[in-house]
Ligand binder design. Structure first.
Ligand code: TXA
Ligand code: MG
Length: 321
């Protein structure tokens, strides 16, 4: 296993490994993904094994562009509009899959839909080189934090994967927003993420529907205690207890902050985009500190990317199953 820089030679090496059925960790603008050839069942099975991911939880297929996406998923007008406006970017569309698809049904967990995304950067380039989609869940053990640096991938999965491409820290820092559009043209928010819900609603000129329990079962990545660090987390803290670790946000501090053993501020200026980009990295850093300390998190506004940040924090704080 090795960590290699994002150079043409290493991209060629990644292409070779992927083409021969191996898995490679790659940076995207959201988080690092663990990629495999979407046509290759054995390669996809490796992803599930390495992550310890339940087989009923489907993967996202990453494409080079909208033209490639169209070969695998059926785009209604609304889906087309979203893709035109936000791709490449942190938006995943769950759409009806085409009957003749070569994307493995293992990747889709046997569902009649496919989650598809055109990301920025090297994974789109590799998809273009191999002329097929690449599946890639976040490059972490199932149920643990998503990695936003090559180092975080290495710490979680290092010994189990042949190659990690280091493209620096991920700009967005939380996973893509997942939207499902059904055959009736109804749009559902399955996962808040790196693209603000308000921007999607503006583009569609309609409100997104809240996910029902049934829909949640369709996206079991929404398991309540997903994204758990090892340490206990206390969200929306209004004061700090002696010796706690503080994950702060914005200019003003909650009471008792001087009692914190250590403090990281997601965004001293209160910028939610900056906070999202730091979220997993800072949770990793606090989680890696010695001792059985509690992480207290200051309240974070629920607007824009704040919705995705609060969603991840709630999952991280939920009791482990
Ligand atoms: O930003 C991201 O989305 C990252 C990067 C690597 O692209 N990927 C990522 O993948 O977060 P993953 O596997 O950790 O999360 C994908 C989510 C899961 O909640 C999964 O259940 C859901 O998408 N999903 C995938 N296919 C689906 C489908 N056909 N129907 C409903 N949900 C689906
Ligand atoms: Mg994940």
């Amino acid at each position: 296993m090795s960590i290699e820089l994002l150079t043409d030679d290493n991209i060629a090496l990644a292409a070779k490994l992927l083409d021969s059925g191996d898995i490679v960790a790659l940076p995207t603008e959201t988080v690092y993904g663990l990629a495999a050839d979407s046509y290759n069942e054995k390669a996809i099975a490796k992803i599930f094994a390495v992550k310890g991911r339940p087989l009923f939880n489907p993967l996202i297929s990453h494409v080079a562009d909208l033209e490639m996406a169209n070969k695998f998923a059926i785009f209604c007008n609304k889906a087309e509009k979203l893709a035109q406006k936000f791709w490449p970017g942190p938006l995943t569309l769950v759409l009806p899959v085409r009957d003749d698809t070569k994307i493995s049904s293992l990747a889709r967990a046997g569902l009649p839909s496919v989650a598809i995304r055109n990301p920025h950067g090297v994974i789109a380039k590799l998809s273009n080189m191999l002329e097929r989609p690449l599946v890639a869940p976040s490059a972490n053990r199932s149920g643990f934090l998503s990695p936003t640096t090559a180092q975080a991938v290495y710490e979680d999965l290092g010994s189990k994967i042949p190659l990690i491409i280091d493209g620096g820290a991920c700009k967005v820092g939380v996973e893509s927003t997942v939207i499902k559009i059904n055959e009736e043209g109804e749009a559902f928010l399955l996962r808040a993420g790196g693209l603000a819900v308000e921007d999607i609603e503006d583009c569609l000129q309609q409100k997104l529907k809240a996910i029902t329990v049934q829909k949640a079962i369709e996206a079991p990545g929404m398991l309540v205690s997903h994204y758990s660090p090892n340490k206990a987390i206390r969200i929306n803290a209004t004061s700090v207890n002696e010796g706690e670790l503080l994950l702060a946000f914005g200019k003003s501090r909650i009471s008792g902050f001087e009692k914190a053993a250590y403090c990281l501020n997601l965004s001293p200026s209160g910028d939610l985009v900056e906070a999202a980009s730091n979220l997993f990295d800072y949770l990793h850093k606090l989680d890696n500190l010695k001792g059985d300390k509690v992480i207290a998190v200051e309240p974070i506004s629920n607007e824009g990317l704040g919705q995705a940040i609060n969603d991840r924090l709630q999952r991280a704080a939920a009791p482990k199953d």
